[in-house]
Design a protein around this ligand. Structure first.
Ligand SMILES: [Zn+2]
Ligand SMILES: [Zn+2]
Length: 814
């Protein structure tokens, strides 16, 4: 009995069967639990190959763990709020609400066509009021615990998206990560989350097994540096402040300070500027505000600045130091004031040259003859021109000066971080409303918990104008103050969409629970996530915020343990057939639907896994798909066409069983390490080996059954539909997906060994043990590695190798 492999028919049928049977619904039972999480898709449009690429291998890995006897939870949902959805909706002229929910419906159908073992009963949509209600609840908890605050701050402003961006959303080149427009700055009243409070804890990665490069990126992003905060004396007419504090990691260079720089936005600038300098300083500040950060920090650009006319005092040597304004100082890093040490900092060096400011060497290079420097000297040396600290090695000088500054009461050793508090306010429509009411009498009043959610009005005008769209929605804005009952206005900003992805994996556990963000029993049973897979592009946003958020949730008593994601695997990127990043504008986006219609989901899944190592990715090619399609057809024929059973030779039986057990060993190791490409190669080799054995003569019934059964079991995670169909057609019990992963017998997997004679120029020099069936390349390698052989080959040129399979290697050397 046989017919053609017809994926269109069998895939739909099995998907319906699995759904009807609740095969992938996870409930609590006695098995060990394993929470396997793949990053949820964003609802910006159709599901494309860029979604299948992270999800289908993770599905295979999750299925494998289930076959290993674990109770696996593998949920899915939709990340639905935020700028990309809103921008797309504006472009299409549809309301973001309708646009997003339509997308979700279509994407759900597309995701189902993958045949993944998603537990759809736990689906979460972050734009549902039942979800964002808990975003608001968390916000209130943050507020109660001093972890949320409002401040007037210069914010990154994208003129095109018309909203502020978190620092994490500004690319290294200073552009908006959404639209690549150069980012500017604006002063706005904003809400912040105090992530800096957790900076030190976030630097501790000891409880997680994550790729080193992600850990490094987070470490750099947090940017901890130890140094000294030092006061410089201020005595300006009419200025109350009597000192100016700077942070430096180089206290050893303090005697080399010849100028001080303030950021143009620094509040002291207008106060300190002397009347004769005012016009010039104001003009400079004005033009600096129009610059982007990228321009201001460019190392290529000429350094510019203006003198304020004011001075401060270096307390260590009593010298007056000119105070300048320069745009390379940024208010939002450090204290917004930078001490200028031109001899030992290249940027300061260029600035000093430009404006004729003295350059004083205080760390002498070895063998320095006192000549002026050609560039800043930043390496270790001996302290000079530094009073009582002269002749100390500068590393010792750092400690000595820090101690002296502390004992004099001029400053203290301190730690500085690059990371800033997380700015969560967005002046856009499509997000979670911030649950705050502004009252003239009471100030910012939190909306009481029992009045949540603050619903996002669906009838709002949503196009961006720079002001929050909600501000023009009268019924939304005008409310009574929850505290005094007087007239008040709602906060009209919405939350950064990264708020949503902070905890979606917690909500999956009880998506309909309404007494809190998560059912405590489910949280205790399933969290933290055992394995997370997703893209490396989330290194310093989602993956850092989620760790922060988790630690807060832990401190609120909601979750246990210090980390949300114990293990992380980053897949690479699937490229277009042209080897370029897939994008609509390039027109190289691969739509899986077409391939699924033509070859079936199983072929498409296996092809994506076969392209290359999963953590590297690679270009999409139709050639390869055909290869995988032909392979699955061979498996089909193999499973359904019985060979001629009979008395096979003991060697043939041994060989077939060896092939089976070696493949199981290889597939198991590859599954553990997410090496799907080599796993598929092994399954393909096994298929070919079995077909070859079938053609070679009578086949042993037991060895054949073992081989086919093992092959189908190993096929189940990667090609779930065809494996299920062949499992059923060959009379085995439903479902292949509830079977145990096969195990291998090391004795059966062992290679037979042969003795290989090694000759050098025709004379026998060694006999080595080698696996039977060894190929020429490997035989040559083994022969050349033998110490006895090397006595005769070292220093000579290998002219030729003669290999007699299974018997002899003759090395001809000159
Ligand atoms: Zn933008
Ligand atoms: Zn009030």
């Amino acid at each position: 009995m046989t017919d053609r492999y017809n994926p269109a028919e069998i895939e739909k049928r099995w998907q319906q069967q699995w759904e009807a049977d609740g095969l992938y619904h996870t409930s609590d039972d006695a098995r060990d639990k394993f929470y396997f999480l793949t990053m949820l898709p964003y609802t910006s449009g159709d599901i494309h190959a860029g979604h299948w690429y992270p999800m289908t291998p993770s599905d295979a890995a999750a299925r494998y763990r289930r076959m290993r006897g674990l109770n696996v939870f593998y949920p899915i949902g939709f990340d639905a709020f935020g700028l990309p959805a809103e921008n797309a909706a504006i472009k299409q002229g549809v309301h973001p609400h309708r646009w997003t929910y339509d997308n979700i419906d279509r994407m759900r159908g597309q995701l189902k066509s993958m045949g993944a073992m998603f537990d759809w009963t736990s689906e979460v949509r972050t734009c549902d009021p039942e979800y964002y209600r808990w975003n608001q609840w968390f916000f209130l908890k943050f507020l109660e615990n001093g972890l949320a605050y409002q401040a007037l701050a210069p914010a990154n402003w994208c003129p095109s998206c018309q909203t502020v961006l978190a620092n994490e959303q500004v690319l290294p080149d200073g552009t908006c990560e959404r639209c690549r427009t150069p980012v500017t700055h604006r002063d706005l009243e904003q809400w912040f989350f105090r992530i800096t409070k957790y900076a030190d804890e976030l630097l501790d990665f000891s409880a997680i097994d994550w790729p080193e490069r992600i850990v490094t990126m987070q470490r750099n992003w947090i940017g901890r540096s130890e140094g000294v905060e030092i006061a410089f004396g201020l005595d300006a007419p009419g200025v109350e402040q009597k000192e100016l504090r700077v942070f430096t990691t180089r206290p050893d260079t303090i005697f080399g300070v010849t100028f001080m720089v303030l950021a143009p936005e620094h509040p002291l600038v207008p106060l300190l500027t002397t009347p004769d300098r005012r016009a010039e300083v104001e003009a400079y500040v004005e033009q600096a505000r129009r610059q982007t950060e990228i321009e201001r920090l460019s190392t290529e650009r000429e350094k510019t600045g203006v003198f304020t006319g004011a001075v401060c005092k270096n307390l260590l040597n009593g010298e007056a130091v000119q105070i300048w304004v320069a745009d390379y100082a940024l208010l939002w890093y450090g204290t917004g004031a930078v001490m200028g040490v031109p001899a030992h900092d290249q940027r300061d060096f260029e600035f000093a040259r430009q404006y004729g400011i003295p350059i004083r060497v205080v760390i002498a290079p070895p063998d320095w003859d006192g000549a002026p420097l050609e560039e800043a000297y930043v390496d270790p040396g001996t302290m000079v021109n530094s009073g009582r600290f002269d002749s100390l090695p500068n590393e010792d000088g750092k400690q000595a000066i820090a101690g002296y500054v502390e004992s004099s009461g001029w400053g203290k050793r301190t730690v500085s971080y690059r990371i800033r508090d997380w700015l969560i306010s967005r002046q856009r429509y499509w997000g979670t409303p911030i649950p705050i009411v502004h009252c003239q009498k009471c100030g910012a009043v939190p909306v009481p918990e029992d009045r949540l959610p603050v619903l996002l009005p669906e009838d709002a005008e949503f196009k961006p104008t720079g002001e929050s769209p909600l501000a023009r929605h009268e019924r939304f804005v005008n409310v009574d103050c929850p505290r005094c009952g007087g007239p008040a206005r709602r906060e009209t900003d919405t939350m950064d969409t990264f708020m949503d992805s902070n905890w979606y994996f917690i909500r999956y556990l009880s998506p309909n629970y309404d007494a809190g963000p998560v059912d405590p029993a489910r949280a205790a049973a399933w969290l933290p996530v055992d394995q997370y897979t997703g893209g490396a592009e989330h290194a310093v946003m989602h993956l850092l915020y989620a760790r922060f958020f988790w630690k807060v949730a832990r401190d609120l008593g909601m979750v246990r343990g210090d980390e949300p994601f114990l293990r992380l695997f980053n897949q690479g990127q699937i490229l277009g057939p042209d080897g370029q990043r897939m994008s609509k504008s390039r027109g190289n986006v691969v739509a899986p639907d077409e391939y699924v219609a033509r070859y079936g989901a199983d072929t498409f899944r296996c092809y994506l896994m076969f392209i290359g190592p999963w953590d590297e990715g690679g270009p999409f090619g139709t050639e390869g798909i055909n290869g995988v399609w032909r392979w699955l057809n061979r498996v089909w024929g193999l499973a359904l066409n019985e060979p001629r059973f009979g008395q096979a030779s003991s060697d043939a039986v041994r060989e077939m069983r060896r092939l089976t057990h070696q493949t199981i060993r290889k597939a198991t190791e590859d599954m553990e390490r997410f090496r799907f490409n080599t796993l598929l190669a092994a399954l393909m080799e096994m298929t070919n080996g079995l077909l070859h054995a079938r053609d070679a003569g009578p086949v042993d019934l037991d060895a054949w059954s073992e081989a086919v059964e093992s092959l189908l079991l190993m096929l189940a995670p990667v090609a779930p539909h065809v494996a299920e169909e062949l499992w059923a057609r060959s009379g085995r019990t439903y479902s292949v997906h509830t079977q145990a992963w096969p195990s291998w017998d090391p004795e059966l997997a062992r290679e037979d060994e042969i003795t290989l004679v090694v000759q050098v120029n025709g004379k026998v020099r060694d006999r080595i043990q080698a696996p039977a069936g060894i190929d020429e390349a490997r035989a040559k390698e083994l022969a050349l590695a033998s110490p006895r052989v090397r006595q005769f080959t070292d220093g000579k040129e290998l002219a030729k190798v003669v290999y007699v399979p299974g018997k002899l290697v003759n090395l001809v050397v000159r």
